[in-house]
Ligand binder design. Structure first.
Ligand code: MRU
Length: 361
């Protein structure tokens, strides 16, 4: 195993992803150098987490374009790229990073085509533009996460070490490195400001037990695993100073889609007067939607509840509801930590995410 946990390994126009279905038992990288392989890796959850999904999609297509035979003219290549991006967007529905990446790539390609109208823009040049921009995502994500770590750590008083509860996986495995919510925990630990981290198991898919716990042990961060049902009691008994979670989509009023179980943590945190922070890069923000009611929530197979590693644990024949994400109302969120700073609330306790973005742009 390498020194750093890397969900995405990209070098010399080759992409490999860590098969997270096999963690924590096996640490296996798989080739992911075509859009079809990228789609499959995202859809089957070999790669997880909003930022990692978008970056995998972009880089898998970049590798495919690099290896593509030279049979395209400009228009046919543009159509090829747009079709592949639309296809990649069908892999999973909730995390907005994937859709934002596709829109931005289309915008860049369109802009290049328009600015070179009537000139000699080649298909090869267009390919290179796509590849360069996909590669930039990988680097930018780590820088953004480190900034989130710094801004997030500043939310806690410097005078005392803190105990933090987190949910799902938001670390290196969910991003191109460092992590968002887990990035803040990492930053607090590096500054000697973390007393202890608590991670939920995150039923039904166990991203917390399988991935976050793995990262915390790997990074030697003092941490304890709990089941999701222990969270309220933990808040009452253990003096938790803050809850920090990630996001798959933050909309204009601050409502946030994140892994199922996030909403109940926010309610419990409010009851216990514990600050509740969402850590999310700007790529997870979707101001085209005014409230969480407009977010499409992915529903996943019932086997994720009824079986563990292929073994049936629930009564045969029972009906199952398995939404993969829930929506936490902005009103329950203390602050949304981005790489541009913490989105504050107004004096009515509401977020205006659009206004924050406009001020910072
Ligand atoms: O369904 P998954 O495993 O992709 O869900 C991951 C999460 O919900 C993360 O908490 C989220 O994507 C935040 S990303 C840093």
């Amino acid at each position: 195993m390498s020194q750093n946990l890397e969900a995405i390994r990209y070098k010399n126009n080759k992409l490999e992803i860590l098969n997270q279905l096999l963690l924590p038992d096996l640490f296996t990288y798989e080739d992911c150098s075509s859009a079809t392989q990228g789609w499959e890796a995202i859809h089957t959850m070999k790669v997880r987490g909003a930022p990692a999904i978008a970056i995998t999609a972009a880089l898998s297509l970049a590798c495919e374009l690099y290896n593509l035979e030279d049979q395209f003219n400009l228009q046919s290549l543009k159509k090829y790229i747009f079709d592949k991006l639309d296809y990649l967007c069908t892999s999973r529905p909730t995390a907005v990073n994937l859709f934002r990446m596709c829109d931005e790539m289309k915008f860049i390609i369109e802009k290049e085509c328009l600015s070179h109208e009537n000139k000699n823009l080649t298909a090869q040049y267009l390919k290179n533009i796509f590849i360069e921009n996909a590669e930039k995502l990988l680097v930018k994500d780590i820088q953004d996460n480190m900034a989130i770590g710094r801004f997030g750590a500043e939310c806690f008083a410097a005078s005392k070490k803190v105990k933090i509860l987190t949910h799902c996986n938001t670390g290196s495995l969910a991003t191109s490195g460092y992590g968002t919510a887990l990035g803040i925990i990492r930053f607090l630990h590096a500054q000697n400001k973390l007393e202890h981290a608590f991670a939920t198991e995150t039923r039904p898919y166990n991203q917390g037990a399988r991935l976050t716990a793995f990262e915390l042990v790997f990074e030697k961060i003092p941490a304890t695993l709990i089941t999701d049902s222990m969270a309220s009691f933990l808040m009452k008994e253990k003096g938790i100073d803050g809850v920090i979670v990630g996001a798959d989509r933050v909309v204009a009023n601050g409502d946030t889609a994140n892994k199922i179980g996030t909403y109940q943590l926010a309610i419990a945190a409010a009851y216990h007067n514990i600050p509740f922070y969402v850590a999310a890069p700007i790529t997870s923000i979707d101001c085209s939607k005014l409230s969480g009611a407009e977010i499409h929530i992915e529903e996943r197979p019932k086997q994720e509840l009824t079986h563990i590693n292929g073994v049936q644990i629930a009564a045969k024949g029972i009906d199952v509801w398995n939404p993969s994400f829930d929506i936490t109302p902005g009103i329950l969120i203390t602050g949304i930590v981005t790489e541009w700073g913490v989105i504050p609330k107004n004096n009515k306790g509401e977020f205006n995410v659009k206004e924050f973005l406009l001020k910072k742009q």
